[in-house]
Design a protein around this ligand. Sequence first.
Ligand SMILES: [Mg+2]
Length: 223
Amino acid sequence: MGTSDQTQRNLEFDVVGLDLDGTLYPVGSEINNIIREEMCRRLSEVIGVTAEYTRKLFETHYAQIGSGSKTIATIAENHGHKIDAVELAQRSLEEADILEFINPNPELREMLERLRGRYQIDLVTGSGRVLTSQKLERLGIPKDIFGHVLCKEDGNKLDGSIYQRWLGLRSVSPERVLYVGDGIKRDIRPCRDLGIKTCYVKGESDESDYWVNRILELEGLLL
Ligand SMILES: [Mg+2]
């Protein structure tokens, strides 16, 4: 847990926003496997071959390349397409059917209850509205713990429109707002561009204002 500048510690926030996928629950190997299936399905639509064949291509290339998103980018390029593979991987995570691998997290629920005593807390996710409700249910987190729940239908993360909408709903200046997420491109950078303070949840990062190793450490930073 820390800040990118350890001497600066000015945690005066009114609103704390949280990402869902990869932030409120971890993405393990079973989930990764389903996401790969989903990535290959999406890639197959781009390059115009079957999903099964794409999956075979993926396994062959992955063995040499060792990175899922680089593998996707390479296969696309070999078929004459240039795609943003990191974005494709993120979208696959947010939309793949991974509900059965999400487990209740009472500790997280209790932490959110305590945070709510001091901050207004919101959920801002790239997942669709229906899937968001289902994932929260699996986690054992009541939706009404959040003041606002913004989903894919409310705007885009990459272009920042969902965060702009969120700021509009809260009508508070961006530096009084903290957003917590696991994605540099989808969470940290677009928020930073709007002046929102950021916390990265997957360990040390130069790009965010603060960082923690896991979501349950957030309390140590904020309370
Ligand atoms: Mg995420």
